[in-house]
Design a protein. Structure first.
Length: 252
């Protein structure tokens, strides 16, 4: 299984529009971060998790040539704004693309993208078959297990794909979900910033605590804001935890 990080940045991306924040983009290109998304490839499957605002650009620069399945973590726009960019894959593949998510997320997508899914659907709009995923399922050569956890005022659904667990926009993880993560070879976990504590996101030290508690051999952090410098952060992190960066490719 191969994972390509299409984007690793927080909801505003890095650099931030208008120059908000303390940014290190001149020092290290790994500090330039599109919104969070990953591409999973196996011998039988090409899977995308989340379609943020830069999704078209992400697929072009990483040469995503096919999409068999889309998994959506939650309905915030930094995770769904690029849904319409699936349309070209409909044209190429000549069929709808399955999309899995929680019931709340799917209902929100239908409301927000009324022109794609409403009564008066615009001709030629993106075509996806939306499926509510509540329990583990098999998709071709991938066992997909939904992972529910808290993101402040809402719950989010991450995913375990075989030995790879992906959790973004995390504030806390219940024990029942931790049990489903244990045994993963690789975990992706959000870590917004070093400090201070945030009401809806883990800080980097909090994310490290979880990775250590679950004894995951390798954890990659995502969803970093513009105050997080890549090289400095990796020098401060334990060896089993690293910052991911856009277009990083790993094998699981």
């Amino acid at each position: 299984m191969k994972c390509t990080f299409l984007g690793t940045g927080t909801s505003m991306g890095v650099p931030v529009a208008g120059g908000f924040g303390s940014e290190y983009i001149e020092a290290d290109p790994r500090n330039q971060r599109f919104r969070c998304s990953v591409w999973i490839e196996t011998p039988e499957s090409s899977v995308i998790i989340d379609t943020g605002p830069e999704f078209r650009l992400q697929t072009i620069r990483s040469n995503v040539d096919r999409i068999d399945l889309v998994l959506i973590t939650h309905e915030h726009m930094d995770h769904i704004a690029g849904l319409d960019d699936l349309r070209s894959y409909n044209y190429l593949q000549k069929q709808p693309i399955p999309l899995y998510g929680s019931k709340r997320t799917i209902n929100s997508i239908k409301t927000r993208f009324d022109y794609m899914f409403g009564k008066n659907k615009y001709p030629g709009s993106t075509s996806v078959d939306m499926v509510t995923l509540n329990s583990a399922t098999q998709f071709r050569d991938i066992k997909i297990t939904p992972l529910q956890y808290n993101h402040g005022s809402i719950d989010v659904q991450g995913y375990r794909l075989n030995d790879f667990s992906y959790l973004t926009d995390v504030k806390s993880i219940p024990d029942v979900t931790k049990e489903k993560i244990v045994g993963s070879k690789v975990m992706v976990l959000s870590g917004l910033r070093w400090q201070p504590e945030h009401p809806t996101h883990l800080t980097i030290p909090e994310a490290v605590e979880i990775a250590t508690e679950l004894k995951i051999p390798k954890t990659y952090l995502i969803h970093m804001n513009s105050y997080v410098d890549h090289n400095d952060s990796n020098n401060r992190l334990p060896k089993h935890v690293r910052l991911a960066y856009d277009q990083l490719e790993i094998e699981i």
